[in-house]
Ligand binder design. Sequence first.
Ligand SMILES: *Cc1c(COP(=O)(O)O)cnc(C)c1O
Length: 325
Amino acid sequence: MPSSPLVTLRDIYLAQSRIEPLVRRTPYAFSEILSERVGSQVGFKLENLQITGSFKIRGAANKLLSLSDEERAAGVVVVSSGNHGRAVAYVAGRLGIRATICVSSRVPLHKVDAIRTLGAEVEIVGERQEDAEVRAADLVKNRGLTYVNPFDDLEVIAGQGTVGLEILRQSPKVKSVIVPLSGGGLISGIALVMNSTDPAISVIGVTMERGPAMYLSLDAGTPVTVDEQETLADALIGGIGIENQYTLEICNRFVDDVILVSEEEIADAMMFAYSEHRLILEGAGAVGIAALLAGKAEAREETTVVLSGGNVELGRFKAVMEGCC
Ligand SMILES: *Cc1c(COP(=O)(O)O)cnc(C)c1O
């Protein structure tokens, strides 16, 4: 990566003004009880309350609004573990762009239904994310659709960075931000904002023990492929892309630490969010709380935990609340 960053603070401000009509400025909520537990000031950035139920609409909106007229006319295709597909489907619907969503059969049915309801075409291909990717590449090559990468794309990263701009407004003294991590689009955008503002602000990624692709890739210094495993944090399943262009490098430079949490810790965090705050979080959305409750992440004065999504199927949510795992 050249010394001048590929995504600047200006790009993220531009994204903010571009996507404003389509996204919600989500609330920030101080958590007295979690602050007491960890001995410092902790607040939540409530992206679980975002339109479509996760932050992914920010990157999707910035990407689709950056397309040329020709690209818009041809339509877009995405491969998604759910929330990205849902976000692209929603934005495409609002902008009158045709969207095709390729998913693997692993993706929970309620997420597929939600995408169809938004008017997008859904293709269920194979058992692994990779199978869906092959189909999407085919549509790009043979039908001229634009592929919308869920994280490794400069417009997507700039869009997710708008979460960071909002955190700075809502908690100007923030010293530490804890962010759910999969492919690294969300944390890259937030880390670029925090680093441009004050390099002393720490940015911590949290992901699950079961298949932590970015964690292993940072360790190896190159993209590492992981086996996909069942996890409560299903939105975090998947690799970072064998040809990763941006997020590995940005995480390597600007992310201070990556923490792994167990299934039990994720379940405890979902339970905590519901019983103490009446917040319904999906597993991926709860990993930041999990890291704090488990004592794995150090809370510095003024910590913000990003609660990245709330799209959990009712049956699974009930099972977790009843202590299934
Ligand atoms: C996609 C997603 C993440 C991870 O975002 P990346 O940009 O891939 O790191 C975290 N939480 C939720 C709810 C998601 O949908």
